[in-house]
Structures are given as C-alpha cells and as structure tokens.
Design a protein around this ligand. Structure first.
Ligand SMILES: NC(=O)c1ccc[n+]([C@@H]2O[C@H](COP(=O)([O-])OP(=O)(O)OC[C@H]3O[C@@H](n4cnc5c(N)ncnc54)[C@H](O)[C@@H]3O)[C@@H](O)[C@H]2O)c1
Length: 322
C-alpha cells in the first residue's frame, strides 16, 4: 500500500509517517518544502528519525508546484493521501497572507487535482479548530455553521473543506477533513504555547499570558491525533457525497492558568508571567465535541494534559540538552 504524507517534516506529519511505517506492507512517501517559518534544523532532525526506516521515501517538494506534484502522482499512483502540509499558525497569517494563499489554497488545489487525475482511495487532510471562530456555544460540533473565521488562516482551512466537498461532489473523490484541536507533544511546534512556555520557563524568561489568562484550550496529545488520523484514513466516506468532517480534540478545555501550572510542574520551575491583552485572530475558547469521531472510528483522544506535558518537557530537555 502506497501512502503520500505531505508536510512529512512537520510536527504531525513526522508522527503520522512513523506510525504508518510500523505497519507491514506500507510504503510511505513524505514530501515537504522545508520552509523556514520556524527552524529548518528541527524539520531536518524530525526527518532524520524517519530516514533509513524501511519503506520511507522523502522528496523535497512544494505542494504549490503543480508540475512536481503531477509528476510524483503519475509515477507513484498512491492509494491514500494524508495532506498535512500547510502554512500553519494563526498570527502569522495576519502578517503574510500570501504564504497562506500559496500553500493552503494553491497547494490544496494541486492536491485535489492530482488526486482526481491519479485516483486515490481517500484524501484525508488537516482542517483546524480555528474554523469555529470566536463562538462561545460549546462544545464545537461539526454541524454548527462556520462562516465567521477570525483569521485568514482559519478562512483558508474552511476554504479547503469547501474545495474538497466540490471535488467529492463532482468527481466522487472521497475526502475527509480532520479539525485538529491544539496539538502538542514531543517534536512539537516552536510557535505554539506548550513550546513557548516550556522554553521560557526552563530558560528563566517571562511567558506572555494573553487575554490576561482568560482563555481555554482543548489540548490534544500527538499520539491521540496520530491514532485518529490512521483510523480515519481507513474509514473511507461513501454515498452520493463522499465527504466527511470530524473534530479531533481531547473534549476537555483547560483554562490557560491551569495549563501554566501544569507546565510549571512538568518543568519543575515557576513561570514569570507577563499579562497582555487578547491578540488579533485569537479565540477565547476551543472545545471539541468528538461524538461523531467516536461513532465513526470507535476512538477519541483522552491523554491527560499532565501526562502529555511531562512527556513533552522531557523530550524538549533531552533534545536541547537542558
Ligand atoms: N499543530 C496543531 O495544533 C494544528 C491545529 C490545527 C490544524 N493543524 C494543521 O495540521 C497540519 C500539520 O500541522 P503541524 O502542527 O504539523 O505544522 P508544521 O508547520 O510543523 O508542519 C507543516 C509542514 O508542512 C510543510 N509545508 C508548509 N507549506 C508547504 C508547501 N507549500 N509545500 C510542502 N510542504 C509545506 C512545512 O515545512 C512543515 O514541515 C497543518 O495543516 C496545520 O495547519 C495543526
């Protein structure tokens, strides 16, 4: 079975590739453009954990490069595509919207078109909890209307779902969006709170506490995300419109101040806190309703934040020898 994972040098992509490669009879093709949105050394270090594993192949490729994408799809004829490459990050989308248009809109168009021309059994791609905007009716369920994004990043992620639905409708291409809720864990992302806080606390720098701490996040451990992605890949939507959307979150929002306490405990040190107002593009709460995912694949994330953050901080200290 041949599986393409885009964004393979990324946080979630690396972990998904690793899990797929543990299965017998699976060949994983990873692609990534290795852009410098954050440290390329970290992306290369993630890739180094996969290179040499039997069945893994890596190509440096931009999903926005149509010729490169078409050539790869024509040569390899993938069974499944797990599309995780994207310009991620909410706040950077306010500074550099073109990077989001290029990777998330043009790149996604290329992925869809390649999957249509060289048919695959299922295209699974990364949506985002940010699609829900700043709504306060919780938990967030997939049936809610989502037409008020509060960042351009969120708008591109919702656009991807609509673009995928059109390909499912027009060409019968099975597509599924997975709306990830704040993913954290070993090999995580340096632009996200778990990393920023652990790094600052361990190095004696102040942490920035936005909206004066009045925020809640549904933090989801990386292993749970991977389990969900792999199960969903095998759950191919069918019928007149073979298109599905699932939340994948811990179904347990945690207050920011509680999250800071958990991080302090995992680091064994207290944080110096700098209280600041809410940032543009940010939302006060995320909280996933995961009933639909459970009904479909018999699984929902459940790793406690205390356990996941301890694993993350242990990894961080070992990686940076701190
Ligand atoms: N981590 C989270 O909490 C979270 C939450 C919601 C959604 N997501 C989505 O999940 C996916 C994976 O996120 P992540 O946290 O692993 O982010 P990440 O930035 O670590 O991984 C994305 C990878 O894609 C690559 N990439 C970006 N643009 C590309 C392009 N045009 N062509 C080829 N490669 C490209 C990057 O180099 C990076 O290695 C993204 O689509 C992201 O938007 C993540």
């Amino acid at each position: 079975m041949k599986i393409l994972v885009t964004g393979a040098a990324g946080f979630i992509g690396r972990a998904v590739c690793e899990a797929l490669l543990r299965r017998s009879g699976v060949t994983v093709f990873g692609i990534d453009n290795l852009n410098d949105y954050y440290a390329v050394e970290l992306k290369n270090a993630r890739l180094a954990t996969l290179q040499g594993v039997p069945g893994f192949h890596f190509h440096k490729l931009d999903v926005a490069d149509w010729v490169g994408m078409e050539t790869l799809f024509a040569q390899e004829r993938f069974d499944y595509v797990i599309h995780l490459a994207a310009q991620a990050g909410v706040r950077y989308s306010l500074q550099n919207p073109h990077a989001y248009a290029e990777s998330n809109l043009m790149g996604f168009t290329n992925v869809l078109e390649a999957c249509r021309r060289y048919p695959v059994k299922h295209l699974v791609f990364a949506g985002s909890s940010s699609i829900y905007g700043s709504r306060t009716e919780v938990p967030f369920s997939e049936d809610q209307r989502v037409d008020l994004p509060v960042s351009f990043y969120a708008a591109t992620k919702r656009a991807n779902e609509l673009m995928a639905a059109s390909y499912s409708h027009l060409y019968g291409l099975p597509t599924t969006s997975l709306r990830f809720f704040t993913v954290y864990g070993p090999w995580g992302r340096p632009d996200m709170a778990p990393w920023l806080f652990a790094d600052a606390i361990l190095n004696g720098r102040p942490i920035k506490v936005f909206n004066h701490g009045k925020m809640q996040r549904d933090f989801t451990y990386i292993d749970d995300i991977v389990e969900g992605v792999v199960r969903v890949m095998e759950h191919v939507p069918s019928g007149e419109l073979p298109h599905a959307i699932f939340n994948i979150g811990n179904h347990q929002p945690v207050a920011l101040m509680r999250f800071i306490e958990i991080t302090e405990r995992a680091c064994g040190r207290e944080a110096v806190k700098e209280y600041l107002p809410m940032q543009d593009g940010d939302v006060p709460i995320t909280y996933a309703d995961t009933a639909r995912l459970r009904a479909a694949v018999g699984f929902t994330p459940s790793t406690p934040l205390e356990l996941g953050m301890q694993r993350f901080v242990d990894w961080f200290r070992a990686f940076y020898q701190q």
